[in-house]
Design a protein around this ligand. Structure first.
Ligand SMILES: NC(=O)c1ccc[n+]([C@@H]2O[C@H](COP(=O)([O-])OP(=O)(O)OC[C@H]3O[C@@H](n4cnc5c(N)ncnc54)[C@H](OP(=O)(O)O)[C@@H]3O)[C@@H](O)[C@H]2O)c1
Length: 339
């Protein structure tokens, strides 16, 4: 009997990658996955996944250590590169904390793909690589032709967007020059249930903050949000159906923070909720039509929110304690509103 195709998912213990590993195993794929610390309790959920004992192999690898990346990719036909940091706090050394692991890490991934004869790479970029473009007309819906302006990101110290934009550009260019099939994926803010709650990722902390409330001010901007299970589905679809050098936006339709709060409050009236927000002019949405044309069918917002809240409740994350107030991850904070 032919053995199933083997692919590698980098950063298997991350919020998004753990759901992707689960999906790939359920579809019969052999999966190599990388973690930096196999003993980290947050990675324990991977071994519990259905199909893991037979088909999942864990590799200790750091994207900045080329040899460890090569070892994880050996024998794989495809790679999903997910592992880059999503900092929660203001960065002290953006080069070290964000730029190097994202950009140099991606260059190592690209070279390791070539060295191990990997045929296809799907790179997890971000909506942040297209959102920050002051020249894009405010009323024009953003599509895959829109790129964040790297100078603008630098001026505004938006290191996350700068790093994701640069890594994505380098990947598409590398694919074209070196005959590697590269497709990139730009999800919005990812919510949805957790596979583990030992260590919470930054986007889940944003939704928790919105529900629990706290001292920080948020922006009432367009929020491109999407469920983590729809993200895994989209990655699978792109891996199997997208052409080389293609880029895909992945988000639900237009939604601003007030809409999101209104929906949450109508479903769960008893939580405290974040109430400090400022209106920021730009409301241009983005479209996921290209991904939908590939066959992507996202779930309804209400289903995503219900499953997120159920998962947080089960994990005891919505219980209010007398300790430190819940804080909004730094990247999403606006200057405080005048009371
Ligand atoms: N969540 C979102 O809303 C969202 C939105 C758009 C795009 N994304 C992208 O999706 C990906 C995953 O996000 P997430 O929210 O799932 O993040 P997460 O749970 O915080 O995980 C980040 C992952 O990156 C790994 N990592 C960081 N630096 C690394 C390095 N030098 N070598 C190897 N691994 C490294 C971490 O490994 P350790 O566990 O060892 O620390 C961890 O597995 C990221 O590329 C992110 O930019 C996320």
């Amino acid at each position: 009997m032919e053995s199933p195709p083997r692919v590698c998912v980098t950063g298997g213990g991350s919020y998004i990658a753990s759901w992707l590993v689960k999906l790939l195993l359920s579809r019969g794929y052999g999966v190599n996955t990388t973690v930096r610390n196999p003993c980290d309790p947050k990675n324990a959920c991977l071994a519990q996944l259905e199909g893991a004992p037979e088909n999942l192999r864990l590799f200790k690898a750091d994207m900045l250590d080329y040899d460890t990346v090569v070892a994880a990719f050996a024998g794989c036909v495809g790679v999903f590169h997910v592992a880059t940091p999503v900092p929660e706090q203001k960065m002290v050394d953006p080069q070290k904390e964000m730029m190097d692991p994202t950009v140099k890490g991606t260059v190592n991934v690209l070279k390791a793909c070539s060295a191990t004869n990997v045929k296809k790479l799907v790179l997890v970029s971000s909506a942040a690589s297209l959102c920050f473009n002051p020249d894009w007309p405010e009323d024009k819906i953003k599509d895959e032709s829109c790129w964040s302006d790297k100078e603008f990101c630098t001026e505004n110290e938006n290191w996350f967007s700068l790093a994701k934009t640069e890594a994505e550009e380098i990947s598409l260019e590398y694919g074209q020059k070196n005959g590697l099939h590269v497709a990139t994926f730009c999800p919005g803010l990812v919510f949805g249930p957790l596979l583990q709650h030992v260590a919470l990722n930054t986007s889940s902390k944003v939704l928790l903050y919105i529900i629990r409330g706290g001292p920080d001010t948020m922006n009432n901007n367009f929020w491109p949000i999407v469920d983590v299970r729809d993200v895994a589905d989209a990655l699978f679809l792109i891996y199997n159906k997208a052409g080389p050098s293609e880029r895909y936006i992945c988000s639900l339709d237009q939604m601003d923070l007030k809409d999101l709060l209104r929906t949450l409050k109508s479903m769960y009236p008893n939580y405290s909720y974040a109430d400090k927000m400022v209106d920021v002019g730009c409301k241009a949405a983005m479209t996921s039509d290209k991904l939908k044309n590939l066959g992507w069918r996202p779930m309804k917002l209400e289903e995503m929110l219900a499953d997120s809240v159920e998962s947080y409740e089960k994990a005891g994350l919505l219980q209010v304690s007398d300790g430190e107030p819940c804080r909004l991850p730094f990247f999403y904070r606006m200057p405080p509103v005048q009371e």
